[in-house]
Design a protein around this ligand. Structure first.
Ligand code: FAD
Ligand code: NAD
Length: 468
């Protein structure tokens, strides 16, 4: 039987990063993955393929709608070759997952492909993909088994017409009418992809606004921009049934007034969140506690109730984000090595990769109101920037919330071009507990989108933006 200091179950951004950090710290490490490729949801059917399709569809939209205004003439009609677009996406995924194979070899991590399940608290059995089984002995075990799409009790996902994000990343055709249940991150990112490619897109959302966990101003701005792009939104709608009839799907919902409304499309994307995944893990054999929402219970050290077993990423509480899973992977590896690492969960940024992008860190206005914090607001619209006019990306804003008494930055919320990258400035500033004036007094290169951060900080400090 092979013995390891650490066995990691699951090779997503949580698991493979934990394995690398364990190996860096001198621990003999094994990684178990049930699929043939490493990288988990994020690399195979999540972050990377969705961004590849967002980028490809953005190029297409630019060619169709914006090239002309830039003085670029395309002889003949610009056409989409969906098969090629999806093949390119797959090659991006393949390059990225093979990069993880390289990292495992480089760090001398032993990889087992097959389903991992607990035998007891120090042994994990692998049902090897290539046939046979192997039992590994481990001083420490990190569970990083991630999540799967969740659905509603009355919906049957047939993976053909009633689909999840996994199928939406490899569509056989451009939908005529894509009906999306759930106006969260997946619904909006993939909805925008197919809208750009020519589909009619209707989003049905249970809450009174899309991206309901983000700042209200962001929901409002993104709704306005995506409506202009032709996406139809139906908020405050409770879906009651989803039925397939041949190549058609009919979705019934109750609107705010309690009236039944009906939507018919050729595809229905169900994107109402994801559920923690522990199927087949036999967590009970190790005595690991799972909570009522299916998440593995952990303490502040991400340790389960069994002291040598840890859990990280989507399978535990908190935001289901790749970079949160990565931070937790490093945190657990360093904890096992006897260090005292730290994660500031308040400063894990959230991003929606639509165009304009949406990015946030820290508290929203609603959260500050609820906590009774006295705050001030600074805001600056992207359209006033020279950089925005040069590129033509004039939608959006940067909004900074700062403590009314101390001027400390408490939350930063952005919509606009490249704000997924801009949010890092806010994270850095807030890690160092910067005041709005600290940001306002730093030089920001001209012309950049980042100037909106400086201007919003000037506005928050004492209402003295320079360019409005
Ligand atoms: P996962 O990535 O889910 O990996 C878990 C791995 O464990 C899987 O490979 C699974 O096969 C394996 N596994 C499970 N059980 C076993 C077992 N018993 N034995 C062996 N292997 C097992 N997040 C972002 O931060 N940015 C984004 O842009 C983004 N875009 C997304 C787009 C989509 C369409 C989706 C679906 C998700 C997106 N996410 C994004 C979320 C992100 O993918 C997840 O938060 C992240 O992958 C979680 O990492 P993880 O390591 O916890 O789990
Ligand atoms: P989500 O939680 O972002 O959005 C789900 C949406 O569905 C919410 O707005 C919710 O109010 C709505 N909803 C729930 N039940 C409903 C119902 N019965 N009828 C209508 N609407 C309903 O979840 P998601 O978009 O499925 O994404 C899953 C996870 O993947 C998220 O946790 C997200 O963090 C992660 N993800 C992240 C990114 C990114 O970081 N850019 C991209 C995609 C996915």
């Amino acid at each position: 039987m092979s013995s390891f200091d650490v066995v990691v179950i699951g090779s997503g951004p949580g698991g493979y990063v934990a394995a690398i950090r364990c190996a860096q710290l001198g621990m003999k490490t094994a990684l178990i993955e049930k699929y043939n490729t490493l990288g988990g949801t994020c690399l195979n059917v999540g972050c990377i393929p969705s961004k590849a399709l967002l980028d490809s569809s953005h190029h297409y939209e630019d060619a169709v709608k914006h090239f002309e205004e830039h003085g670029i003439e395309v002889p003949g009609e610009v056409k989409v070759n969906l098969e090629k677009m999806i093949a390119r996406k797959q090659s991006v995924v393949d390059q990225t997952t093979s990069g993880i194979d390289y990292l495992m070899k480089k760090n001398e991590i032993t990889v087992f492909h097959g389903m991992g399940s607990f035998v007891d608290s120090t042994h994990v059995k692998v049902d090897l993909t290539e046939g046979g089984e192997e039992t590994l002995e481990a001083k420490n075990i990190i569970v990083a088994t991630g999540s799967k799409p969740s659905t509603l009790p009355f919906i049957t996902i047939d993976k053909e017409r009633i689909i999840t994000s996994t199928e939406a990343l490899k569509m056989p055709e451009i939908p005529k009418h894509l009906v999306i249940i759930g106006g969260g991150v997946i619904g909006l990112e993939l909805g925008q992809v197919y809208r750009r490619l020519g589909a009619d897109v209707s989003v049905i959302e249970y809450m009174d606004r899309i991206i309901p966990t983000m700042d209200r101003a962001q929901s409002k701005e993104l709704t306005k921009v995506m409506k202009k792009q032709g996406v139809k939104f139906h908020v405050s709608h409770q879906v009651t049934s989803v039925e397939r009839n041949g190549d058609e799907v009919t979705i019934k919902a109750n609107n705010k007034k309690g009236e039944e409304v009906s939507f018919t499309g050729d595809y229905c994307l169900v994107s109402v969140g994801r559920r923690p995944y522990t199927d087949g893990l036999a967590a009970d054999k190790a005595g690991i506690q799972i909570d009522e929402r299916g998440r593995i219970e952990v303490n502040e050290h991400l340790q389960t109730n069994v002291s040598n077993i840890y859990a990280i990423g989507d399978v535990v509480k908190g935001a289901m984000l790749a970079h949160k899973a990565e931070e937790e992977g490093v945190f657990v590896a360093e904890t096992i090595a006897g260090q005292q690492p730290h994660i500031n969960y308040n400063l894990i940024p959230g991003v929606v990769y639509t165009w304009p992008e949406v990015a946030s860190v820290g508290k929203t206005e609603d959260q500050l109101k609820e906590a009774g914090v006295d705050y001030k607001v600074g805001q600056f619209g992207m359209r006033a920037l020279g950089r925005s006019r040069a590129s033509g990306d004039i939608d959006g804003f940067v909004k900074i919330l700062a403590d009314a008494a101390t001027d400390e930055v408490l939350g930063v919320h952005m919509v606009g071009a490249r704000v997924a990258d801009l949010i890092s400035e806010a994270v850095t500033a807030m890690e160092f507990r910067a005041s709005a004036e600290d940001i306002a007094r730093m030089s920001h290169a001209h012309p950049t989108y980042a100037e909106a951060v400086k201007e919003a900080a000037l506005d928050a400090t004492d209402k003295r933006p320079l360019h409005i």
